[in-house]
Design a protein around this ligand. Structure first.
Ligand code: PLP
Length: 409
């Protein structure tokens, strides 16, 4: 009798998107003449930009020639891409991150999911509430969560993010070993300011804690006061890992390429209190369990940093940002209170008249034929909120915004 990993039984059903799909399908079946618009999708709608496509085609040709063919690549990614990232995303900001501190991967999801493997099984974990569910579920699987009581895990430290604190998590009152911070935030659409991030870095250094900083939506930042990298904050190289992705920056959701930065200065401690390099541990983990990202894909990602690639991807981001403004105006006309959408492709709105997130989902679907995502699905503090995304086409987004504008105040 093979026993299972009992921690998996602790996982709460990933019912959010399944339930959204179920209710949407039921509505469409009952109202086949109605056109439903989804502002719920977290996937991009624009294709890869020409600079990326042509770099990938060229790499594809190389793979078909004996003298330029490549087999297994380096576990950490090809040097050409690591150099392009170090220069393009860090040294250009005046941040001293070297190419060999960058680990290329097949997605920020895998990276944020896997990184906890190098921490002690009893490490105390803190996370924002509402939250991107991967941070929580992977720690539940690893046995760090304790039991789930009334929708929250006993050993997880939840950091509520609500309109009252402008969606910025307060520093924990107790010690935490690992803190997941997502900025710009999915789902609240809010980016942390320099002052807020500085306070976290100071706290983490004092506590000898590690910040896992997910900035998958970095490309959407517009406010000068929101750092593009946590390493813009002095001291962050001693306490933070940064996760980035080409998914939303350059439409790689189906192509798969991302990276994480593990600075050489970052330390973890054994039982005796002796320091060990997190970089060395992560390299050991990756070289054991991961065989790298395809050469063709890495050449495509490299092209994002070329002058044409930058200009073309910026145009795509600008299109999503324009969508976000269109949605925000629609919500304003409807008299709904909304947050985010400036530094992120997510708009987080307060449901009217104290409606629950799911009641508002049903209301929006039935009255306006618009699908979004109930905030309560991202955690307890998401109740009473609702997420809309800017990833649909401009035409569909404008249609949806016009419908929102018809809502009576
Ligand atoms: N991190 C956050 C906060 C996300 O919202 C997502 C995707 O929705 C990811 C990571 C996953 O990114 P990737 O496509 O690189 O796996």
């Amino acid at each position: 009798m093979t026993k299972l990993n009992e921690h998996y039984l602790n996982l709460q059903g990933s019912y959010l998107f399944a339930e959204v799909a179920r209710r949407t399908a039921a509505y469409k079946a009952a109202h086949p003449q109605q056109e439903v618009i989804s502002l719920g999708i977290g996937d991009v709608s624009r294709p890869l930009v020409p600079a990326v496509v042509s770099a990938m085609k060229k790499a594809c040709d190389e793979m078909g020639q004996a003298d330029t063919f490549r087999g297994y690549g380096p576990y950490e990614g090809y040097d050409f891409l690591r150099q392009a990232i170090a220069r393009g995303d860090y040294q250009s900001l005046g941040v001293d991150i070297e190419a060999d501190e960058i680990f290329v991967s097949d997605g920020a999801k895998s990276d944020v999911a896997n990184f906890q493997e190098i921490f002690d099984a009893r490490a105390r974990v803190a996370l924002q509430d509402p939250v991107y569910p991967v941070y929580l579920d992977t720690n539940v699987m690893a046995g760090r969560s304790g039991a789930c009581v009334n929708g929250q895990f006993e050993k997880i430290i939840y950091l509520p993010c609500t309109a009252e604190n402008r969606f910025a998590p307060a520093l924990p009152k107790e010690h935490a070993d690992v803190i997941y911070l997502c900025s710009p935030n999915n789902p609240t659409g809010t980016a942390m300011t320099r002052a807020q991030l500085s306070a976290w870095v100071e706290w983490a250094r004092a506590e000898k804690a590690i910040l896992l900083f997910d900035s998958a939506y970095e490309a959407f930042i517009q406010d000068a006061d929101a750092p593009h990298s946590i390493y813009e904050i002095p001291g962050a190289q001693e306490c933070a890992v940064e996760f980035r992705s080409f998914s939303k920056t350059a439409g790689f959701t189906g192509t798969r390429c991302a990276y994480c930065v593990v600075p050489k200065a970052l330390k973890l401690y054994d039982k005796q209190g002796t320091a060990h390099s997190a970089h060395a541990l992560w390299l050991r983990r990756q070289s054991t369990k991961f065989n790298g990202v395809p050469y063709i894909v890495q050449r495509g990602a490299e092209a994002v940093y070329s002058p044409e690639g930058r200009a073309q991807t910026r145009e795509v981001i600008a299109l999503y940002q324009a969508n976000a403004r269109v949605i925000a105006r629609g919500l304003q006309t409807a008299g709904l209170q909304a947050f985010g959408g400036v530094n992120a492709p997510y708009i987080w709105l307060k449901t009217p008249r104290g409606m629950s997130s799911w009641d508002f989902f049903d209301f929006l679907l039935q009255e306006l034929q618009i699908v979004g995502t109930p905030g309560s699905g991202f955690g307890r503090s998401g109740e009473g909120y609702f997420r809309l995304t800017a990833f649909n086409t401009p035409q569909r987004t404008q249609q949806a915004a016009a419908r929102l504008g018809q809502l009576k105040k």
